[in-house]
Design a protein around this ligand. Structure first.
Ligand SMILES: NC(=O)c1ccc[n+]([C@@H]2O[C@H](COP(=O)([O-])OP(=O)(O)OC[C@H]3O[C@@H](n4cnc5c(N)ncnc54)[C@H](OP(=O)(O)O)[C@@H]3O)[C@@H](O)[C@H]2O)c1
Length: 279
């Protein structure tokens, strides 16, 4: 890394989200100047408003790109590609993309980052552990029943802390440019297994209930979940969870020289931190 880039800030898009927040904490802990990219930030950044893009890119040397809501949504690659082009034109020399496994749109976005003309690292990640404690699966877990349209297809859930550590290494260290890291946890778990681990860690009864896709989308719609979110979840729980990603990968080990964190350790620590306390 050059001195010039060391003086420049690192822009962390989604910097208050599940992975971005952890990237920001780690960079600040190392004394690196950081700019948070989010709609609520002092200098607001909004993926849906391109006039907000150039101001946050001023004097930035590297960017952690986590797209919202999901790289799997139609149009995401074009938006990410347009942002990458502007970033490069603004003087950014390193792009680190948070991506998803087995998703056509996500892989299209990866290609655009790889061809943007600067150093790149791709973090192609499996489902996050933290979906159960910091996102849409928290409420069902706290309620004691997780009903999902999934069978016994296993997933190698990965921890957001591991993703953040790889992201920080890729943002500030040498040796990660041009690397595509497939980031997974150390073992495969079904959703029923994952819920059982959380039940064990919390000492509470939490049932896992497989439901049909029709019942699942019907329940979400009845709760007032927006149609595009219902469509996204349906895509993730059906097309992406068809077995195509049912294998572990070595990205965390390759990037950090240590194995990834196990789901049981995540569940234990999250339970101890009160992640599933009834509020
Ligand atoms: N969850 C998974 O299991 C999984 C697996 C693989 C890959 N991924 C990828 O991970 C990415 C999401 O990363 P994450 O889970 O770390 O983030 P997240 O928690 O979903 O993101 C929340 C962040 O995005 C910001 N945000 C929301 N709407 C925005 C908008 N319109 N413009 C700009 N910022 C906006 C939020 O801040 P404000 O509200 O202040 O704007 C917040 O900082 C997606 O691209 C997805 O494809 C997810």
């Amino acid at each position: 890394m050059t001195n010039k880039r060391e003086q420049k800030a690192i822009l962390v898009l989604g910097g208050t989200g599940k992975t971005g927040r952890r990237v920001v904490e780690r960079l600040r802990g190392r004394g690196v100047p950081v700019r948070v990219g989010s709609r609520a930030a002092e200098q607001s950044f909004d993926w849906t408003d391109r006039t907000t893009w150039a101001p946050v890119l001023r004097d930035v040397g590297a960017v952690y790109v986590s797209f919202h809501p999901d790289l799997a949504v139609p149009g995401a690659p074009e938006t990410v590609g347009a942002f990458a082009d502007l970033a490069v034109a603004s003087g950014v020399s390193r792009l680190v993309l948070l991506s998803g496994r087995g998703e056509e749109e996500a892989q299209a976005a990866e290609k655009l980052i790889q061809s943007a003309g600067v150093e790149w690292t791709i973090l192609r990640s499996s489902w996050f552990n933290q979906n159960f404690s910091e996102d849409y699966l928290r409420e069902p877990v706290v309620g004691g029943e997780v009903a999902l349209p999934v069978s016994t297809v296993p997933e190698p859930f990965v921890d957001a802390d591991d993703i953040a550590e790889v992201a920080v290494a890729a943002l500030i260290e040498g040796g990660h440019a041009g690397q595509l890291y497939e980031l997974t946890g150390p073992r495969l778990l079904t959703f029923a297994d994952a819920v059982a681990e959380i039940a064990r860690a919390t000492g509470r009864r939490i049932d896992f209930l497989p439901v049909s896709i029709e019942d699942y989308t019907g329940a979400l719609t009845a709760e007032g979940v927006p149609v595009e979110v219902v469509e996204l979840l349906t895509y993730l729980f059906t097309a992406v969870l068809d077995g195509r990603n049912a294998h572990v990968a070595d990205g965390v080990q390759r990037a950090l020289g240590r194995p990834p964190r196990d789901f049981a350790d995540y569940a234990k620590d999250a339970a101890a931190a009160g992640a599933w306390n009834r509020t």
